[in-house]
Design a protein around this ligand. Structure first.
Ligand SMILES: NC(=O)c1ccc[n+]([C@@H]2O[C@H](COP(=O)([O-])OP(=O)(O)OC[C@H]3O[C@@H](n4cnc5c(N)ncnc54)[C@H](OP(=O)(O)O)[C@@H]3O)[C@@H](O)[C@H]2O)c1
Length: 413
């Protein structure tokens, strides 16, 4: 990874003023070559563990690309990282974020395939939520001229995960049926769009009811997230479905397996249900694991069913499959160029608005992907902000729902 000097804990002047919610007007420009702005997670916990600070400018190592970031993807996983709700969490403080888009600024030694000025999107193993990012060239992809930076930041994680699950793991083909949870979210919408690239694929989706009107054209049959979806699916398709994509680890595994047709594939790829509040709940964590169904391999063999797991970040950063992912990105870019897929951006937020952006996901408010727009100025707070001006590194108490009394107006697309 890129080499950095000792971390600075000083807050930038970009934080929002407490009184009146007025923004301060100094912005660190691209000309400042020694430092950059970044979102820092000071410790695992609630939203108040996030702040924007100055960090030393990273420089690319051999084989790396240095990117001037324009937009960053905010994924559900980032909420889980913030809470420390993941396996082997890294040490804090850290800069969160796994994907971004921007412009190539410099190249490390022996870095091939890119030129300064290229428009790119990239995966990063943390550190994406910053003005500048360095990452290995194998995780960087050129983007089409007509793809905007927010679209690019909404593209890689959601579409690569959706594509690999549907086509590499489950072998989606004409005439099949798919069940996906959180159908209005980033991955859910990518799944729905990719299913529409294959003839005659029926998509069953669950989502909060208020999203149904917005996403009804992308999903064949929509159910409320609290509905008895097993019964609902069986009413329409008594035989069940060919592919179940489950991001609600634990409580749905048995239901998902039960819904599979012979030769069907169940893929577990997330555990959104472990997030029950602003901070990690050990009770929910334990409950989820307790509820994970014990799968009997003999039953799988007798019933002709396939059970699989998928983790894109592990594939990229732990299992060395960067070149496989690159071929998938190229296929996806071709689909984008043919106008068969297009990332759905829910809203754009300034780095300083990361807490409110995360709150929107906690509140299940997003339809599509949330983007941190590095060049966007924060909109003024509409009520008292009681958390944002504290010094970086200073320990604070967590306040569940501490954003309840304030609201910003994001740029909703
Ligand atoms: N394995 C992989 O490689 C991989 C890659 C990317 C994402 N993922 C996983 O895929 C899932 C979706 O990720 P995403 O980034 O696209 O997020 P997302 O679906 O946009 O996440 C937000 C939505 O999730 C639903 N949700 C379900 N449980 C929730 C909870 N406990 N709290 C708040 N919202 C909840 C809500 O929609 P409704 O209310 O409409 O249900 C909410 O609007 C996550 O579990 C994520 O970890 C896995």
């Amino acid at each position: 990874m890129a080499k950095e000097g000792p971390e600075k804990t000083e807050e930038t002047e970009h934080m929002i003023e407490k009184n009146g919610g007025k923004e301060q007007d100094t912005v660190l420009g691209a000309a400042d070559t020694k430092e950059m702005r970044a979102v820092v997670l000071t410790g695992f916990g609630g939203l108040n563990k996030l702040r924007v600070t100055k960090k030393p400018m990273p420089e690319p190592q051999e084989g790396e690309v240095k990117i001037r970031v324009k937009a960053c993807g905010l994924n559900f996983l980032d909420l889980m990282v913030r809470q420390g709700n993941i396996d082997n969490p890294p040490k804090t403080p850290l800069v969160p974020g796994f994907e971004c888009s921007g412009i190539v600024e410099t190249l490390g030694e022996n870095t091939k395939g890119f030129e300064i000025g290229d428009r790119v999107m990239a995966f990063v193993n943390y550190n994406a939520w910053a003005e500048v990012v360095c990452t290995a060239a194998e995780f960087v992809y050129k983007i089409p001229d007509d793809m905007t930076f927010p679209e690019a930041a909404a593209f890689s994680m959601n579409f690569v995960a959706a594509y690999m699950m549907l086509f590499e793991v489950a072998n989606l083909r004409e005439g099949m049926s798919v069940l996906v949870h959180s159908a209005g979210g980033g991955v859910g919408q990518a799944v729905a769009q990719l299913c529409s690239t294959v003839n005659n694929v029926m998509v069953f989706g669950t989502a909060s009811s208020f999203k149904h009107e917005a996403i009804k054209d992308s999903v064949t049959h929509l159910f409320d997230r609290n509905a008895d979806y097993v019964q609902e699916v069986k009413k329409i398709s008594p035989e069940g479905v060919d592919i179940v994509l489950d991001c609600l680890c634990g409580e749905n595994t048995g239901k998902g397996l039960g819904l599979l047709k012979p030769l069907g594939t169940y893929i577990l790829y997330g555990s959104s249900n472990m997030v029950t509040g602003e901070t990690k709940s050990f009770f929910s964590f334990a409950k989820s694991w307790w509820q994970v169904e014990k799968v009997n391999p003999i039953k799988l063999y007798e019933e002709n069913k396939v059970i699989a797991g998928f983790s894109l970040l592990n594939l990229l950063f732990k299992q060395g499959r960067g070149s496989l992912v690159k071929t998938v990105v190229h296929k996806l870019i071709s689909l984008y160029n043919q106008k068969k897929i297009k990332p759905l951006v829910d809203s754009l937020w300034a780095l300083e608005e990361v807490k409110e952006a995360m709150q929107r996901i906690h509140d299940r408010g997003n339809i599509g992907k949330l983007i941190l727009d590095v060049e966007k100025a924060p909109t003024p707070l509409m009520a008292n902000d009681s958390t944002e001006t504290s010094e970086a590194g200073e320990e604070e108490e967590d306040h569940e729902g501490d954003n309840d009394n304030k609201e910003r107006m994001p740029f909703i697309q």
